[in-house]
Every structure is written in C-alpha cells, then in structure tokens.
Design a protein around this ligand. Sequence first.
Ligand code: NI
Length: 138
Amino acid sequence: MGKLSRIGVAIDSELLKRFDALIAKRGYVNRSEAFRDLIRDVLVQTTWESPDSQVVGTVTLVYNHHVRQLSDKLTGMQHEYHHNVLSTMHVHLDHDHCLEVLVVKGKASVVQRVADSLIATKGVKHGRLAITTSGAGL
Ligand code: NI
C-alpha cells in the first residue's frame, strides 16, 4: 500500500444513511474500507473494458452431462484455449447435473470470448463470468 491520503466527501444525508446500512449488512467495520472496495471494483471493471488488458476471472457452468457430447464439447473448447484456462473444478451435483468452475486468465477480449462460447454452448443451463484481478496495482 502507498502513502495514505485523507479526503472529505460531501454526500446527501439520506444517501449516506442508506450506504451505512448497506455496508453494515455486508460486514464492513468502517466506511473507509467500503469506499476503497468500491473504488477497486470500478478499477477492475474498467480494466476488463480494455480488450488488450490482462485479466483474471472465473467461469461457472451448470450443465446436464447426459446431453449428447456436451462434456466432450466443453472439454474440447477448454483445450482450444488451454493458455487461458488455468484450472478447472468439476462437481457432480446430482445424477444428471455437473457444475464446473474454471479459473481464466489472459487478454480481456480472449477471456470474454472463452466465457461467452462456453456459456452459449447448447445444453449449458447456466453460466456466469465473474471478473476479478491479479491484485497488482490495487
Ligand atoms: Ni459431473
């Protein structure tokens, strides 16, 4: 962490009351950490908006493994992007359904394409890309 700067923020009292209620619910012990997290979150999102920036994220997929060739198709796509898929976890949710979590890394545009292709594959019931950061520079 760099040098600390103190800032004063003028904010509508009603808005501040709502903010305080929200951060208390989320377990923040003070406003400063909540503000820092909000700023970092916006910075991470902004990074993802630059197609060439390096990003980290996770892709969660839920699918029925009885769908013909779906597991093979999803595995094939992950091999195609093996430089971007760092790790996968597979959970057999029940007799029919599988949940996979992939850790993805690389150029934002490529990682987004990998996530979109996997999520859009026929038979995938639900998919979500969660964006995060390597933490450098935050
Ligand atoms: Ni399974």
